[in-house]
Design a protein around this ligand. Sequence first.
Ligand code: HEC
Length: 483
Amino acid sequence: MSRIPLNSAIPNSTTPLSALSALALIASLGSACGDDASATNTEGASTDTDSASTDTDANTTGETETDTGIADGPTFWDDVAPIYFERCVSCHKPGGVGPFALDTYGAAQTWGPASAAATAARTMPPWLVRDDGTCGTFHDSQALQDEEIATIQAWVQLGMPEGSPRSDLHPPEEEGLGDGLSLKTPTFVPEIQGGPLSEFDEYRCFLVDPGLDADAFLTAYEVIPGTPEIVHHALAMPVDPYLDVGGGVTNLDVIEALEAESPDRDGWPCFGAAGDGVEINNMPVVWAPGQGVVHYPEGTGNRVYADDLMVIQIHYNLDRPELIGLSDSTEVRIELRDDVELEGLYLALDPFLDTLFDDEPAALAAGQAKVSYTWEEPIGDWAQYFGWPSMTIHGIFPHMHEYGQTLTVEVDPDGEGYECAADVPRWDFNWQHLYFLDKPVTLDGDGGVRVTCGYNTEAAEEPVLPGWGTGNEMCFVGLFVTP
Ligand code: HEC
């Protein structure tokens, strides 16, 4: 086994069995490992992770002064606008991805009660992991502090006083990766595809040649959407064009066939990763609006092979009539280094998905308000296959589809017991994100991870099977790990 693919694709996938391996060993993995590594799964419908208890109840009524520390009661310009400019306006500005602006008093007033509710529910700003210190802390967190949520609540309760207008507030300056390698998607006019996950959306993949003449390491990235209003997320994935994905068919053959299905439009349809049957090496660029420049942890990077091509997936969202017909050309800037101290691997783990090729695949019962699936993988042990003394987890990428509600990742460093590493109390497919841990966790040979996914299958009439399609589910976690 060489590189085990990490896949991809739309319904009724014809993906070969090998694509379903529990681990996608990316980068310079030799042989060995693989089958032994996918060892024991504890699975099945089991313990509910009760996330209800994690909601921060920002109940400020009558307690305004204590909660916010603001003696005279908050005003927009003194207290709320600084929070909005720091945390909201990068999206909520004219032409931003947010559906309305929050950079003027009038707009903020119109959206005041909704904003108080959305921030108290922690659905805005979009940052899916619980971030109150009880389950990991994360680099560049976008989450609001409890006091900030309380300030917005108090301001709305006081009738949204304006205060004295000021003009010194701006969204955070972005440092930019101006010197990076620029990869651009063609100018493209997305069209609504319809269906359960594409009601107002199109997922489109484009092939871009980074033109490398030697292997390199991706250490940082930045995405500059051409038309921010419609670019809801972007992924970039190195693909080996000559990789045989089965029966002598290469990745490039698959891509060319997919492209040929819509010759009058650039790219090809894709959902989840690079498209049906395309096997990717890695997913080092995962971008959603508001993210800015993303740096991999100091000294680490992702190998991109000299021959690799990049597939860029763009999720276009066209949920407002005025967005239809707009074109976009998005730029992905990547910082490449010749060498790094620690070459990272991206482990793509989904034992739920892997059951698809068991005699009886796991399935989620239909019509349930709450059904969960738990798996465990003893990944600490895999370090020996990589020739590593131990394995350190730096980044966590949770992923489910539309039935997904909650996802909890626990890590057991040494066989002594699990600790909460990342918890998503309200999954939202629209906000994909790679979360970097402030404190990376090192696993010894006895260490492992346990993942519990919660789903609501009330809308399903048949049991929900694992799969990459819109109507299927995943209980996927990508881990960025290093020696
Ligand atoms: C990363 C971009 C981004 C940031 C940052 C962001 N928003 Fe949003 N917001 C959106 C988008 C896009 C929508 C439309 C719904 C969706 O796609 O989730 C939205 C929807 C909303 C809504 C209406 C829907 C709802 O949930 O009630 C409110 C209110 C809102 N945002 C307030 C805020 C506030 C307040 C902040 C800052 C504290 C903020 N947003 C930060 C992108 C953002």
